[in-house]
Design a protein around this ligand. Structure first.
Ligand code: PXL
Length: 292
């Protein structure tokens, strides 16, 4: 009994390992470890650096993943959360989908960050095959966290930067109807104030829509989506409500950007996570969320 209550929760993290550039596992592991969880990586690919640099090496781990999963089954390891992000090939969707079926327990939180692209474009390496597969994977999730670019690829609609609350609510509901109980859309521009950005969320349980608006610093850093979803996952596993978890994640991103912005710095290296990680052990001081 005590063993169940005291144990450290375990997260299976299905992402790539990129050596340089602070994305995916090099973000997911420190964030979730700091928040008190054991991260078990199921790596999808090994890269020299992320794909927003002009060149990179890439080792696809599609063939290795089923071997890792089979060994985990032999060990009878159990996960409190399965959290997927950047996949190395479209074929991996089938492997990951099967992995979820085999390891999902009644209380396992399945988080799918449908990593496909940013700034209205797909990431290098990805084409429509990956998009079509990702549309299948989100059906298995409890929570998905697309950015605006990914939202439109998942919906199979042309990208549109300016959206009203009603349009966003319609899109959130449309994606939730495909399976995920919770849909969170990040990096939504605020039409009337370019100094701000919003996050929209829908929770089918309770049928509520949430909006969190925060300041926006005019700089793009790769990996902020991974950081956001990692903090969100950790906060939910710690027992936070959805709007408080989103608040924590967005405030942490802003702290990270503020810690980085003042330096003369190559943005492709990502936010200086190491300078703000310790903030994750502190409670949030203010809440910005509203119900819409
Ligand atoms: O953060 C998304 C991401 C993850 N993994 C790799 C990437 C990117 C974005 O560029 O290239 C390899």
């Amino acid at each position: 009994m005590l063993r169940q209550i005291n144990r450290v929760k375990r997260v299976a993290a299905v992402h790539d390992l990129s050596g340089v550039g602070r994305v995916s596992l090099t973000v997911v592991i420190p964030v979730l470890s700091t928040m008190g969880f054991q991260v078990c990586p199921l790596p999808t690919a090994i890269l020299s650096n992320h794909t927003q640099y002009p060149s990179f090496s890439f080792m696809d781990l599609t063939d290795e993943m089923p071997r890792i999963i089979d060994e985990w089954k032999k060990l009878n390891v159990q996960f409190d959360s399965i959290y997927t992000g950047y996949l190395g090939s479209p074929q991996q969707v089938h492997i990951v989908s099967h992995f979820i079926d085999r390891f999902r327990l009644d209380n396992t939180l399945v988080v799918v960050d449908p990593v496909l692209g940013d700034n209205a474009q797909l990431y290098a390496n990805f084409d429509m095959t990956m998009v079509k597969e990702m549309r299948q994977l989100i059906r298995k999730a409890d929570i998905i966290t697309p950015n605006m670019t990914e939202l439109f690829y998942l919906l199979d609609m042309p990208f549109k930067a300016q959206l009203t609350d009603d349009e966003l609510k319609k899109y959130l509901l449309e994606l939730s109807n495909q399976g995920p109980q919770i849909v969170v859309v990040t990096s939504v521009p605020v039409i009337e104030n370019p100094q701000q950005t919003s996050i929209y969320a829908y929770n089918r349980e309770g049928n509520k829509y949430w909006k969190i608006t925060c300041s926006y610093l005019p700089a793009h850093y790769p990996g902020t989506g991974d950081t956001f979803t990692s903090v969100l996952t950790g906060a939910l596993l710690q027992g936070d409500s959805l709007p408080v978890a989103i608040d924590r994640a967005s405030q942490f991103i802003l702290q990270g950007i503020r810690a980085t912005f003042g330096y003369e710095y190559d943005n492709r290296d990502g936010i200086l996570l190491e300078k703000v990680l310790h903030n994750l052990t502190m409670p949030v001081q203010t809440n910005n969320y509203e119900m819409i």
